[in-house]
Write a protein that binds this ligand. Structure first.
Ligand code: 3H9
Length: 710
């Protein structure tokens, strides 16, 4: 017998109590428990009604996502149980709180009445996992809230709050917050009211979906839009077909449509990839050496040193979360300029309706500008975002080590520098770490958190937790050049430049990479970031002795900088710019021809360079570098690397990130192609040398998905 869902008796009312912490996901045992409870309720004729209620912080938050990949998974048992609940001849009331999501909302919609605590969120987020609601959500939701809102909710995956749910007919009454026992009490009173009023079962499947605002071509248009905007994803087009079925066919026929299309989505490689990312995001918060029950340092006030683009963006993250920030600059003009840009950003968001009209003023009020580093003395966390230069950053770290109060955390927003050196310079290495925000820092979800050799576990844990509070996806990286993301970017950019010198055009390279689903190939990406910035990173690294002994290495970007072609901002880089539109530029070809000649590189006709070669040469070395990063324990898991690429570099989520994609391609194929290009190109600089881990994995028959292997 399952005790994860049981029938309890309160006088003449049955209570189906679900207890599967932390989020009451519908594991097979929970489903079995619900089925047993329904059997018992059906048999016990003394009971006049059934209340469905869940323990803990939330009602059921969905089907158990881990189950979807197991052999023999099927939704039939749960769906059959929902049909039995709906068919019961006595009223069934769902008492909702927390996040009523996916299978949880599907359970609630099979009940006859729904009450919810104010603040409850209700939604069908399956689309974010590459699937569609598979327990009749696509059929019951349109019958409750109308086809238009249902389609909107299922396609976006965004939950609605209880007030909107009440408005739209998804719930019947709201209850004041007051804890789980109070909710149950209130539900029992509600039942008595229903019974007193002689109300009986009210089955969702018997309703007709409201078709307000649904013109004759509504579904055709929705389908066409799903195809153009979300064509790479399995679910959106199928969701439209399911909701159309709900609106036009009898319930049983719609049910069959949903079952078939759900299965197609579930089995798709895109959904497997997106489910992988769901669990990767949760796993990334588990950090070796940081106990699950560590005590976080309180962060009530944050300091940011530097009000440039990065500093301003970083400060916005905290102000958005209601945390006061002191921003320090060296001159009044720079401070004014920095705060002015932040204000403009907020005002632009408010103008687009993304913020309430009074939000910009409220958020600006949380930002205090100062010209004195000493004003950072009362901050619990200080992030320096000054110019990326070792000497300057060392000096700043030293100063912060003196100014910051005892127990404060000191962070450097560096994208490449050695955090251990900076930590030593601060004189407080245990309090020190790196926070690598991605630009624009107020938008990009990734935060690479760089753990120094001496970073204290509670310091690391606190910053990871804080990152989640401000809506970031935190990934911990060890110390190495470029950390996880930029280190892997390096071989990708290296090969794209060699390909240009060999005869491929920027548009050809970008086209091949974009065919994988990345929004931009390497050339457009660098044009946007600034070729001057990119070239300086290469030059600085060269000065520090970190470049291979190869004059042709990253020669193109350095030449571009020398010619003043800094990218989009100067109207020319790898492309010429017509406004923001990249236009192929013959001058770039001339530059590459000259560089090829200078470095003894044989040119080929561009038509002889296939998309396949471009993808293999840019992406496989990037994956190989990822394997090296794992081998060196710079990243703790392949999933962490995938999160970095999906959230920081636009790698498509439906491919699950580069390491997940490597599993899909097959490690043997990747190794064989690395070897092939190594021998074809004469690998004097070790560009193609395989990560030992890759060879080890192939020998052991492992995939990255099996990590850790023993
Ligand atoms: C679905 O329902 C399909 C149906 O249509 C058909 C069914 C037949 N499954 O996020 P947190 C784990 S699809 C398994 O850190 P929070 C999570 O891994 C599903 N596990 O907490 C973590 O484990 P650990 C539709 C799940 O408070 C722990 O719970 N539903 C599931 O920040 C805590 O999670 C969704 O897509 C699950 N469904 O956020 C909702 N959910 O501690 C997905 C959570 O070992 N879930 N876990 O790392 C969420 O959005 C958030 O978890 C939630 C809580 C908002 C509920």
């Amino acid at each position: 017998m399952s005790d994860l869902a049981t029938l309890q008796v309160h006088g003449t009312i049955g209570v189906l109590r679900i207890h599967n912490p932390p989020v009451n996901a519908l594991s097979p045992k929970v489903v079995q428990g619900i089925k047993n409870a329904v059997d018992q309720f059906e048999a016990d004729r003394r009971l006049q009604a059934l209340v469905v209620h869940a323990d803990g912080r939330t009602f059921v938050a969905g089907g158990d996502i881990a189950e979807f990949s197991k052999p023999g998974f099927e939704a039939k048992t749960f769906n059959g149980t929902l049909a039995r609940i709906e068919s019961l001849d006595r009223p069934v009331i769902a008492a909702l709180h927390g996040t009523v999501l996916g299978g949880g909302l599907e359970l609630a919609m099979a009940c006859h009445y729904r009450i919810a605590v104010e603040g409850t969120r209700l939604g069908l987020p399956e689309v974010l996992l590459g699937i569609l609601p598979g327990s009749l959500g696509t059929q019951r939701l349109p019958r409750l809230v109308g086809a238009r809102l249902a389609l909107d909710m299922i396609l976006s995956g965004k939950p609605i709050d209880a007030a909107k749910a009440l408005d739209s007919g998804l719930v019947d009454a709201l209850v004041e917050p007051g804890g789980n026992d109070a909710l149950l009490e209130r539900a029992l009173v509600y039942v008595q009211e229903l019974l007193g009023a002689g109300k009986g079962p009210r089955r969702t499947r018997d309703r007709t979906p409201a078709m307000e605002g649904i013109e004759a071509d509504f579904f055709d248009k929705a389908l066409a839009e799903a195809k153009t905007k979300k064509g790479a994803y399995p679910a959106p087009q199928r969701i439209v077909r399911c909701v159309q079925a709900a609106a036009t066919l009898p319930f049983e026929e719609g049910e069959a449509v949903e079952a078939a299309l759900f299965e197609e989505c579930r089995a798709s490689p895109q959904s497997v990839a997106m489910r992988h990312l769901f669990f990767a995001e949760r796993a990334a918060g588990k950090i070796p050496g940081v106990p699950a029950d560590f005590t976080a340092r309180p962060i009530r006030k944050v300091g940011v040193l530097g009000a440039g683009t990065m500093g301003g963006g970083i400060a916005m993250n905290f102000a958005n979360a209601g945390i006061p920030v002191t921003i320090v600059e060296t001159s009044a003009e720079a401070l004014e300029r920095g705060l002015g840009i932040v204000r403009k950003n907020y005002e632009a968001s408010a103008a687009k309706g993304k913020l309430r009209p009074d939000d910009p003023a409220k958020r600006m009020a949380l930002l205090t500008g100062s010209l004195r580093v000493e004003d950072l003395a009362d901050c619990d966390l200080v992030i320096e975002a000054v110019f990326e230069n070792m000497d300057i950053k060392k000096q700043v770290a030293k100063q912060l080590g003196t100014v910051c109060k005892a127990g404060a955390i000191i962070a450097s927003n560096t994208s490449t520098l050695d955090v251990n050196i900076l930590a030593q310079a601060s004189g407080r290495p245990a309090d020190f770490l790196g926070t690598h925000f991605f630009s624009p820092a107020n938008v990009m979800r990734l935060l690479e958190i760089v753990r120094g050799d001496a970073t204290a576990p509670d310091v690391l844990g606190t910053v990871v937790k804080l990152a989640r509070t401000i809506g970031k996806v935190p990934v911990v990286s060890g110390v190495c050049y470029g950390f996880i993301g930029n280190r892997m970017l390096e071989p990708y950019l290296r090969e794209s430049e060699f390909l240009m010198m060999e005869g491929a055009s920027p548009a050809q390279i970008d086209g091949a990479i974009q065919s994988l689903g990345l929004p931009m190939g390497p050339c457009r990406m660098l044009d946007l970031a600034g070729l001057d910035v990119a070239a300086k990173v290469v030059i600085e690294r060269g000065k520090a002795g970190g470049l291979p002994d190869d004059p042709s290495y990253r020669a193109v970007v350095q030449k571009m900088m020398a010619l003043g072609r800094f990218g989009q901002k100067t109207g020319a880089g790898y492309y010429r710019y017509d406004g923001r539109n990249p236009v192929p530029d013959l001058e770039v070809e001339r530059i590459c021809v000259a560089l090829a000649e200078q470095h003894g590189i044989t040119r080929r006709k561009s038509s002889d360079i296939s998309d396949e070669e471009i993808i293999e040469r840019c992406v496989y070395p990037l994956i190989n570098e990822g394997a090296k990063i794992l081998e060196e324990e710079i990243a703790y898991r392949p999933g962490d690397i995938d999160l970095v690429w999906v959230n920081g570099y636009g790698f498509p989520d439906f491919r699950g990130g580069p390491m997940h994609m490597a599993d899909t391609i097959g490690l043997q194929k990747i190794a064989a192609r690395l070897d092939h290009y190594g021998s074809q190109r004469g690998d004097r600089h070790g560009y193609w040398s395989r990560a030992g881990l890759l060879t080890e994995m192939i020998t052991g028959g492992h995939r990255f998905a099996d990590w850790p292997f023993n």
